[in-house]
Write a protein that binds this ligand. Structure first.
Ligand code: NA7
Length: 550
């Protein structure tokens, strides 16, 4: 009987021109690492092209102070290998970036993945060749590679965006976007530091450095609703217990909409007596991780009145933690309710504002006018700094695709196709781009979930499809326009149920620093992980319905 590798070889030989690889994966983050392992298991010749200098993606780049999980560490790690689960020790319930990077490097080493990864490879252009059914991938510097199947594992938040203040290049001190924080350690002790941006990232930075720096000025345009992370060390006994319960943990993640251990309380807020509701909310506020966001009454994220009630509860928590009432009010959002934007998880964030060395600068009142060689000038004052940290976010989800010229059949570019909003089938493929598979693309189930849980689903599904392709001598896979239209409409409709549709946040593709990113686009699948997985399985069981395999 022929092995999988033999069959693959035969399929390739039959297809005429011999490409360099069966599969090219772009990106060596959480998704690319697992994809390489799975596709290689099928006997395919795979290479991973990564712009960074090592594996890890998000966890390779984001080295800013305070960077850590908001997912429970033990719910974030890969679930595919019992051996890996048995041997890896997480030291904290919400591990910091260095530990997560070590974990991913360990996975790469354990499964001998490094030999099929190429680093410092910036992909600039990918062109479909209909004549020989291959993709040509062009790298910065002019190198070209060809493959039969192209897989993107580009990350959701990997196109960092800076503001365009006058004078940014002239700053004499150290300045960086958090995504590109220096790889060598930065000594913050005794420094005058500015943090611009108060999203999930800025909030982590501020909580981490407030008590180390000489001066910290936080430049806030809009506050976010933040909640305590409640991180803690994991004792050896706890780790042993977690290990014994891994099946239970992953089964729980598989049944919640977000792929986390936290799922919504199915009761409606209005049905619960006030005292019971308040006690429940106190428990949520005291609970670790996203419980307070994702474990709440189901209508809190869907209904304006329910949301307003919970927002008022959190506003009081902020007032209770910030000494100066005027500062507290500035930290309470007024343009959106709790959980409608991504909830930053914090450790000592609000208490930082009670320190003498920390000041909140409200740039909605006194905007930044320019960056000077020595600091920042607002309409009101000039500040001097040693370090400026831009925690100003990302051109989320589609930004990393836009940086590459994807050219499909008939010269169609992906940028053109996605001009109004991403148009995909299942977040996996696009009509006009045969043999291109997104392993975690816009509108896929992975983009609003505990990422590794969803990408394991996505990569496993793609691996099953690869198996099907090998078994059936398929050389071209393309979704139909009808399937893609139906999915895109479905994704758009799901936004209607959630209040997040109204927010100016990366969930709706909003970014004030990028042209044409100040309007709603439908980037995220809001139907929840179980529903997404069910749909993927139904499509596969129906012989890959919606795809034309030839
Ligand atoms: P976010 O959540 O997009 O936050 C970016 C922050 O930067 C936000 O507070 C912005 O204010 C602020 N910002 C952006 N541009 C400017 C300018 N020009 N002036 C002042 N302030 C500005 O990105 P994060 O990195 O914090 O988080 C991204 C995800 O990473 C997060 O959800 C996690 O999943 C991990 P705005 O709200 O637009 O007024």
């Amino acid at each position: 009987m022929a092995s999988t590798a033999d069959v693959t070889e035969e399929v390739l030989t039959n297809s005429g021109a011999q490409p360099d690889h069966d599969v090219i994966v772009i990106g060596a983050g959480v998704t690319g690492i697992y994809a390489l392992h799975r596709f290689r298991e099928l006997g395919l010749d795979v290479t991973v092209l990564e712009a960074g200098g090592g594996p890890g993606g998000t966890w390779y780049w984001n080295r800013y102070p305070g960077c850590r999980f908001d997912s429970e560490s033990w719910s974030y790690g890969y679930s595919f290998s019992q051996e890996l689960l048995d041997e890896w020790e997480w030291s904290e319930h919400f591990a910091a970036q260095p530990e997560t990077l070590r974990y991913l490097e360990h996975v790469v080493e354990k499964f001998d993945l490094l030999r099929d990864m190429q680093f410092d490879c910036k992909v600039e252009r990918c062109v479909w060749n209909e004549a020989d059914l291959t993709w040509t991938v062009e790298l910065e510097g002019g190198r070209r590679l060809t493959c039969r199947f192209l897989m993107t594992a580009l990350g959701l938040l990997s196109a960092a965006t800076l503001p365009s203040f006058e004078g940014m290049d002239d700053f004499d001190g150290l300045s960086f976007h958090t995504y590109y924080a220096p790889h060598e350690p930065v000594d913050y002790a005794g420094k005058r530091v500015a943090v611009i941006g108060t999203g999930a990232t800025g909030v982590q930075v501020i909580g981490e450095i407030a008590d180390r720096v000489a001066e910290l000025k936080v430049f806030q345009r809009r506050p976010n609703w933040c909640a305590p992370l409640h991180n803690a060390e994991i004792t050896p006994g706890e780790m042993a217990d977690i290990r014994a319960r891994y099946d239970e943990v992953f089964a729980r993640c598989a049944e919640t909409p977000g792929g986390f251990i936290h799922g919504p309380n199915r009761s409606k807020l209005a049905e619960i007596p006030e005292t019971e509701r308040l006690a429940f909310w106190e428990d949520l506020y005291a609970a670790p991780g996203f419980a307070v966001w994702l474990g709440n009454y189901r209508d809190v994220l869907m209904d304006e009145d329910a949301n307003a009630e919970f927002s008022a509860f959190i506003a009081d928590k902020i007032r209770g933690r910030v000494d100066d009432p005027a500062v507290a009010e500035k930290l309470i959002p007024t343009d959106h309710g709790f959980g409608v934007q991504r909830v930053p998880m914090e450790t000592g964030y609000y208490e930082a504002y009670n320190r003498d060395n920390v000041e909140l600068v409200d740039v909605s009142e006194t905007p930044i006018e320019r960056i000077t060689p020595t600091g920042i000038a607002t309409t009101d004052r000039e500040f001097e700094f040693d370090i400026i940290v831009y925690a100003t976010g990302f051109d989320a989800i589609t930004g990393s695709f836009d940086r590459i010229d994807f050219v499909g059949s008939d010269g169609l570019t992906l940028r053109e196709k996605w001009e109004e909003t991403p148009v995909t089938y299942l977040g996996v493929q696009m009509a006009g781009f045969p043999n291109l598979f997104m392993l975690a693309g816009p509108t896929a189930g992975s983009n609003s979930t505990n990422f590794p849980r969803a990408i394991e689903t996505g990569v496993d599904w793609a691996a099953d499809l690869a198996r099907h392709i090998i078994d059936n001598d398929v050389s071209r896979v393309e979704c139909t326009v009808e399937a893609e239209d139906e999915w895109t409409e479905h994704v758009r409709e799901l936004y209607a149920y959630l209040l997040l549709r109204k927010a100016k946040s990366w969930f709706t593709g909003y970014n004030s620093n990028v042209e044409d990113r100040q309007r709603t686009r439908y980037l995220i699948y809001n139907g929840g992980a179980p529903r997404y997985t069910k749909r993927l399985n139904e499509v596969a069981e129906a012989g890959y319905a919606g795809f034309t395999l030839s």
